[in-house]
Each structure stands twice: as structure tokens, then as C-alpha cells.
Design a protein around this ligand. Structure first.
Ligand code: KG4
Ligand code: ZN
Length: 332
């Protein structure tokens, strides 16, 4: 059973082929055009998807050594994401399914981030908790089975990836700044500067306050020393990363305590963060958790995770028809 999956929700055009539950190819074309604008420009993202989608799909098929005739279903990201970007992948998938007479499978991008854990071993056991952290979302998800999951906590304003990217922008670092904060943080002192932690009820998060307090902190420091950023970049990045990771882990700890679940996973672009990965492993050891962290390749946006989600939907005969449209906002 061969599924071709297409991902185009943000600034990565990706295609993957899955056969009988195993990934055989995962091709990702990252759009570099956005760097000069300091963030993803939706119209440019759509145009870049149009340019990349055909070669990316062709390479995914040839890497997996399958032809279009060998396919049994076409899967695509329906949402959430940038509408224009999603439209490219959705239209492409619909046309291909129509032309080849194949069933179509719609996939929720955030559920797919969680299901990326089933691409490789070891796989989490049900029920497990997943902290899904990306540029657009911050969620704690309880997963009862591959297609039965519920969001038990989430951000009420910015996503944590956004907080990484926006603080990086204030430091004049290029987009996306998250990986650069991570890089500089490696040699800095995480306790050099402290920022107030938000007080949020239950399992919810807030990241807009930290961005504002960081902005005021920088303004004050720059007034006293115009070279403050250049002279202290490592300590600044380490401190901001330490604060953001702390906010995430505090709520994850609370979720594990309340649900009694000790199978804990992380997913999404920010799960590539080395500070989050090492602090989670440390905390897990202390609290007796089994911690699951995906390979870097499957943390950031990729079509392999879309194919994995589609695999479970295929087994349940969960198909959609040609009237399907992408959705910028999409619940589980
Ligand atoms: O999941 P993803 O690739 O795309 C979305 O669905 O949003 O996540 C992208 C986000 C960006 O905010 C990026 O800065 C962040 O993930 N990110 C990181 C790291 N690698 C990617 N943030 C902190 N540390 C990293 N190493
Ligand atoms: Zn994502």
C-alpha cells in the first residue's frame, strides 16, 4: 500500500512516500526567500510552493523507487496554515488523485506533528502526552490512539516558536531566529538575566508578555551600552531560551501530574531546540517519564509526518472527496 503525501502549510514544500506504514522518501524544499523580509510573506510562500511542488513530488517518487501507477492514495495537509500556501498543495493533491483515479486523504498538520513519533522506533505507548511546539502553535495534546487526540492545554496568544523568532528579530538576527538563539545559547549563561514568568491558569500558555518584557529590557540595556547585544549575545540567548523552556516544562509537568501519564513526547519545529531536548530528558529522568523526541528531520515541517497520519486514516477508510478545501484554522 503506497501513499504519496504533500505538505505546503507554511514555508516548506515537502513530499513523501510511505509503503505499508514505512517511510521510503521525504523530500523538503525550504523557501529561503523569506529571510530578507524577517518573516514568512504569504504571497511569496504560495508562489514558491508552485515552483517547488512538481520537482519535489517527482523526487519523492523516484527516491522511493515508485511510479504514479504504484500509488494507492494521495494525502495532503488541509490545515492549519497559510491559506494560499495550503491551496497549492491541496489543489495539486486533488488534481493528481482525480487524474489517477485514487482516493484522497486530508490531514491536520498539528495531528501529523504528533504522529511523526510513529515514523521511527521507539514509539510511544497509548495514552501519551505530546507537547507540540511550532511557529504557529503551542499545545499539550493527550493521545488515546492514532486518530483520537485532544488538546488539554494551549497558548492564548503567541506560539513559543513565534516568541523565539520575535526575540531573535529584536536582536537583529535573521528569520527564522529560533535555531540561531539555540546556537548562541550553547555558550551562554542561562541565569545571566531573568525575565518574569507568565501566570496562566490550568494548562494554558502565554508568550506575548515575555516578548514585551524582553523588548523593554533590551531598550534599557542599549541606552546604557549601545554594544550590549554584540557583547552579550550568548548570555542573552541562553537566558531567553532558559525562560521559554521553563514555561513549557512547567506546564508539561503539571499535565503529567494531573493525567498520571508518564509517556511524554515533544513535536514540532521548536522540539529541535537543544535546550528543550536536554532539559526534558533531565526532567524525565527525575520524574520517571519515558521521553520521546523525534529526529530533527521529523521535528520541523515535513511530508513524512503527513504520510504517517494518512496511513492511519487509510486503515480506517477515512477518505475525503474532491469538494474538500483547505482551512487556515482547523480544530482536531
Ligand atoms: O513546525 P515548524 O517547522 O513550522 C510550523 O508549523 O510553524 O516550526 C517552525 C518554528 C520556527 O518558529 C522556528 O524558529 C522554530 O520552529 N525552531 C526552533 C529551532 N528550530 C526550529 N526554535 C528554537 N530552537 C530551534 N533549534
Ligand atoms: Zn509545523
Amino acid at each position: 500500500m503506497n501513499i504519496l503525501a504533500i505538505e505546503s502549510s507554511c514555508d516548506e514544500t515537502s513530499a513523501a512516500v510511505l509503503s505499508n506504514g514505512k517511510i521510503y522518501s521525504n523530500v523538503v524544499a525550504t523557501q529561503l526567500i523569506h529571510t530578507q523580509y524577517g518573516g514568512v510573506v504569504p504571497e511569496l510562500a504560495s508562489r514558491a510552493h508552485q515552483q517547488h511542488i512538481l520537482p519535489v513530488v517527482d523526487k519523492a517518487l523516484s527516491d522511493a523507487k515508485v511510479t504514479k501507477k504504484d500509488l494507492h492514495a494521495i494525502a495532503f495537509t488541509k490545515g492549519p496554515g497559510l491559506l494560499g500556501a495550503l491551496l497549492v498543495g491541496t489543489s495539486f493533491a486533488k488534481s493528481m488523485a482525480l487524474g489517477l483515479g485514487l482516493p484522497l486523504i486530508e490531514v491536520n498538520h498539528m495531528q501529523a506533528h504528533v504522529l511523526a513519533h510513529f515514523i521511527q522506533d521507539p514509539k510511544p505507548e497509548f495514552p501519551f502526552l505530546c507537547l507540540t511546539v511550532s511557529g504557529g502553535h503551542t499545545q499539550i495534546v493527550k493521545i488515546n490512539s492514532p486518530l483520537d487526540m485532544e488538546i488539554i492545554g494551549q497558548t492564548r496568544d503567541d506560539a513559543v516558536g513565534e516568541a523565539f523568532d520575535k526575540t531573535a528579530k529584536l536582536l537583529d538576527l535573521p528569520y527564522p531566529g529560533g535555531p540561531l538563539i539555540d546556537k548562541y545559547a550553547k555558550t551562554g549563561n542561562p541565569l545571566a538575566y531573568t525575565f518574569p514568568l507568565p501566570e496562566m491558569p490550568e494548562l494554558d500558555f502565554s508568550f506575548s508578555g515575555i516578548k514585551t518584557s524582553f523588548m523593554y529590557f533590551l531598550q534599557k540595556q542599549l541606552k546604557e551600552n549601545p554594544n550590549f547585544i554584540q557583547e552579550n549575545i550568548a548570555d542573552i540567548c541562553a537566558s531567553i531560551q532558559y525562560t521559554l523552556v521553563n514555561i513549557l516544562l512547567k506546564k508539561l509537568k503539571k499535565a503529567a501530574k494531573e493525567t498520571g501519564i508518564k509517556e511524554i513526547a515533544i513535536a514540532g519545529g521548536v522540539s529541535a531546540n537543544s535546550g528543550l531536548r536536554s532539559s526534558l530528558l533531565e526532567l524525565g529522568e527525575k520524574l520517571g517519564w519515558k521521553v520521546y523526541i523525534p529526529e530533527f528531520e521529523y521535528c520541523t515541517d515535513n511530508a513524512a509526518m503527513i504520510a504517517m497520519a494518512a496511513h492511519y486514516k487509510y486503515l480506517e477508510n477515512d477518505f475525503c472527496d474532491q469538494t474538500v478545501s483547505p482551512m487556515a484554522r482547523m480544530e482536531f
